[in-house]
Design a protein around this ligand. Structure first.
Ligand code: UDP
Length: 412
């Protein structure tokens, strides 16, 4: 009943030159005792969002090292996803209460999905809150269960957390991005580990791109590659603060008249809130021709995001709240100077003045941009440090290592 996601092949060997022989050898060592183990990942969607992006690489790599790994997407209708969006928002701090009727919808769909699952699994990995209750409804499907939390639960709405926690407490293990996201009340029987997400260095979004090719692509969107470019790639969402980025750009422009700004953000055609905020951002730009506001509707896909990130003089992620911030990782991996809001997962990636800059206001953001535009050597140093930091900590093979290490420790 759950939908199996069909996947391409990946080879861990291809990553050796990027992450080094030691990590690859460590993974192979750990995997040796896990040959043939059946692993199932379950999440809510096969397209869009960071979870899907990670699984498209992680699951084929698990197969490459000898596991029998699968990925299935749970089934649900709008009424379910409306509720899980509320659950997601409340776990990230929205104070509104979720009604009992809505929780009943959540439970009904989890039960339906649990009943529709089959097979014998050594490990089932459940991603995020949407399918979290499946473990309770079908405990015999797997020898071990783990819950992968991809969201910021540092300041949850207590009543939503109280509803979810009993389900999570039944798992053998759980992964969280940073220590602050481990919820108080998590049972001691859950082996909780701090495991940040990762990006795939060989994917179209992150593979090496020459500056000339990047310039060629950005030019097609009206960017002049010979003038300084500031960039933010992110959904049109208040927490990503694109208006604050525009304010910062306006301050920079007084000192650096030729500067340009690109705001690249994906839009879902069925997301009315996203459209409203997109329109508000366009209005805030006041028709300034040096501000390019682009989205997937302009055909900006993974390659174009890569080109913009590889070309920009400064990559900005001026979030006011941020679970992890994969765009920060993506920018650092491209060796570009990166400025991030001093919040959530961004703080765990950027150490201020070493691998980038952390800022807390448009003014501060503008000052750091001006500094970086005036001193290319500073940008190169931060970029180099950021790239090494990303290489050691935030590439998919490290994430794969953390999964197989957990499996070895759990003796699945
Ligand atoms: N992204 C994209 N196109 C866009 C905007 C975002 O491909 O127009 C990607 C971006 O490159 C990153 C992901 O979406 O891989 C966003 O992840 P992040 O953790 O930064 O933020 P989230 O959207 O999950 O809050």
């Amino acid at each position: 009943m759950l939908q199996e996601v069909s996947l391409g092949a990946r080879s861990l060997a291809d990553y050796t030159h990027v992450v080094g022989k030691d990590l690859v050898a460590e993974i192979r060592d750990l995997a040796a005792s896990l040959a043939g183990k059946r692993v199932l990942h379950v999440n809510a969607t096969a397209f869009g969002g960071g979870v899907a992006e990670i699984l498209y690489t992680l699951v084929p790599l698990m197969n490459d090292i000898g596991l029998d790994a699968h990925w299935q997407v749970m089934l649900g209708r709008d009424e379910f996803f409306d509720v899980t969006k509320q659950i997601h928002n409340t776990l990230q701090g929205d104070p509104r209460e979720i009604s009992d009727a809505d929780w009943a919808t959540y439970e009904r769909y989890n039960l339906l999905n649990a009943m529709g699952m089959d097979g014998e699994w050594d490990l089932i990995v459940i991603h995020d809150p949407q399918p979290a209750m499946i473990r309770r409804e079908a405990p015999d499907l797997a020898g071990s269960w783990m819950w992968r939390c991809h969201i910021d639960v540092s300041t949850p709405n207590p009543s939503s957390l109280a509803r979810l926690l009993p389900y999570v407490n039944q798992y053998d293990a759980a992964f969280f991005h940073i220590p602050e996201y481990v919820p108080p009340g998590l049972a001691e029987t859950v082996d909780a580990r701090i495991v940040p997400p990762a990006i795939d260095p060989l994917s179209p979004k992150n593979m090496a791109f020459s500056v000339d090719d990047a310039a060629f692509i950005a030019q097609q969107f009206g960017v002049d590659p010979d003038r300084p470019l500031l960039l933010q790639v992110s959904r049109f969402d208040p927490w990503k603060d694109p208006s604050g980025v525009i304010d910062a750009y306006r301050i920079v422009r007084r000192e650096v008249p030729g500067v340009q700004l690109a705001l690249v953000g994906s839009m879902a055609s069925d997301d009315p809130e996203g459209w409203e905020f997109y329109n508000a951002t366009v209005a805030h730009a006041e028709g300034d021709p040096e501000i390019k506001i682009l989205s997937n509707l302009n055909n900006v896909g993974a390659i174009e995001v890569n080109a913009f990130q590889s070309l920009a003089d400064v990559n900005i992620q001026k979030s006011l709240k941020e679970g992890f911030g994969l765009t920060v990782t993506e920018s650092m991996w491209k060796g570009r100077p990166t400025i991030g809001g001093a919040v959530g997962g961004i703080v765990s990636q950027i150490s201020d003045g070493e691998t980038g800059f952390l800022v807390s206001s448009p003014q501060q953001c503008a000052e750091r941009c001006i500094e970086l535009l005036a001193d290319p050597e500073l940008g190169r140093r931060l970029g180099r440090n950021g790239k090494e930091h990303a290489r050691r900590n935030f590439l998919t093979p490290r994430l794969l290592r953390d999964y197989v290490r957990l499996m070895a420790d759990l003796a699945v």
